[in-house]
Ligand binder design. Structure first.
Ligand code: EZ4
Ligand code: CO
Length: 402
């Protein structure tokens, strides 16, 4: 089998998506996601101008060699743009492989290790009372695990909390808007939020929380310690992770489990975190981490240190990445949990997918390959529109992490 054609589709059914389609001389095609929130056109250009011309005529079954060719052979390594472009190719090739062998991708990764994939939902509210109502809604819908964020009285809009009653989409069209942040107020507020959630919903429900990299290690240590009575499933992105050793300080102060990695694109971003057992869950996704080929190795390495996966699954990861993640989650032994932020109706009409949700668990389906197809006529209805995540400043105007 040979690759005959590779093309990039950019569509914006409510938000932007970059999709790669690889076609072969046997009539089988595969799809890969290359969406990088706010940097979509950079990935598309990397694919069109630099990587795809090198793919024509290659055997799509050679996923290992092609991955090494793109990673080692290109001289420049790592970085979210390049790794998302490589991921789009890698995932599309695994989709082709599954279709050609007439088997779901999870069978190529070791077969089923479990019956379903536990996912967590995002509950939020402008204050604690509204957040509790949202948790109740998700619990009612069957979720066994819920991330809880709440607005903080006095702080205006907070990241992770929707404005108004619209469905939550973190990226907003146009140039980046700005939000305000105060670590002091946040640290006082958050333990009260989880005290209320536990009191209202009992011990059974898994609770998660995302700090969006805004704390220093010692501040994260304090928050983790104060959240210990409420037994969180995890505290996410407590501190920026460029300096991996910062997590040692957090670890020394709290038993609250730590998840990190939605901005990682290489095992080298997490190497010290994993080998020192400073984290419990790795969030590096299939799209931003370079595809199935490197993530399978990263997960196996993490397993040696009792680190499990907890893949990023926000709306900027397309249904192709969602399907890919579910195949991966079903197959690997050290799966922890999968994030789920459901896509809007328009997106689901563009990306026809087979995965299902029942009682808080998801299943990728037994369709050969990934089980996702792109409706190109639907996709053509939605033109790319510039959109970015918000920028955050402290109350005095100092720029902070998101
Ligand atoms: O900020 O997907 O855990 N989920 C998150 C998301 C991310 C966006 C970034 O592209 O933190 O909202
Ligand atoms: Co996050």
């Amino acid at each position: 089998m040979k690759i005959t054609r590779a093309s990039v589709n950019i569509t914006s059914p409510g938000r932007n998506f970059v999709t790669l389609k690889i076609e072969t001389d046997e009539g089988i095609h595969g799809l890969g996601d290359g969406t990088l929130n706010g940097r979509e056109l950079a990935v598309a250009s990397c694919l069109n101008e630099h990587l795809l011309p090198c793919m024509i005529g290659r055997d799509p079954f050679q996923t290992e060699d092609i991955w090494q060719y793109l990673y080692r052979g290109g001289y420049w390594r790592r970085g979210p743009v390049l790794m998302s472009a490589i991921a789009a190719i890698d995932v599309a090739l695994w989709d082709i492989k599954g279709k050609a062998l007439n088997t779901p991708v999870y069978n190529l990764l070791g077969g089923k290790s479990r019956e379903g994939v536990m996912v967590y939902a995002h509950a939020s509210g402008k204050d604690i009372d509204h957040a509790l109502e949202d948790v109740a809604r998700y619990k009612e819908a069957g979720y066994k695990a819920i991330r809880v964020q709440s607005g903080i009285p006095g702080l205006g809009s907070a990241y992770g909390v929707p404005r108004g009653t619209n469905r939550y989409e973190p990226a907003q069209r146009g140039l980046p808007h700005e939000e305000r942040w105060s670590t002091e107020i946040y640290l006082r507020h958050t333990p009260r939020l989880f005290e209320r959630v536990r009191k209202a919903f009992g011990e059974e429900l898994h609770l998660l929380h995302d700090c969006h990299h805004r704390l220093t290690p010692i501040e994260a240590g304090r928050l983790g310690k104060e959240l210990e009575p409420f037994h969180l499933f995890w505290m996410e992105d407590p501190t920026p992770a460029e300096w991996q050793e910062g997590f040692k300080t957090i670890r020394e102060h709290t038993t609250t489990p730590i998840a990190v990695g939605e901005v990682f694109n290489s095992i080298w971003d997490a190497h010290d975190l994993i080998r020192n057992q400073w984290i419990d869950y790795l969030r590096m996704s299939l799209v931003h981490g370079g595809g199935f080929t490197p993530l399978k190795k990263a997960a196996d390495f993490a397993a040696l240190y009792h680190v499990r996966t907890g893949f990023h699954g926000a709306t900027d990861l397309s249904p192709i990445t969602m399907a890919a993640a579910l195949h991966f989650d079903l197959a690997i032994h050290n799966f922890g949990i999968q994030e789920l932020m459901p896509h809007n109706e328009e997106t689901n009409r563009v990306f026809l997918h087979q995965y299902t949700f029942k009682d808080g668990m998801m299943h990728p389906s037994d369709t050969p390959g990934l089980g996702v197809e792109l409706d190109e006529a639907q996709a053509a209805k939605y033109k790319y529109q510039r959109a970015y995540l918000p920028v955050n400043r402290k109350l005095d105007g100092t720029l902070t992490d998101w």
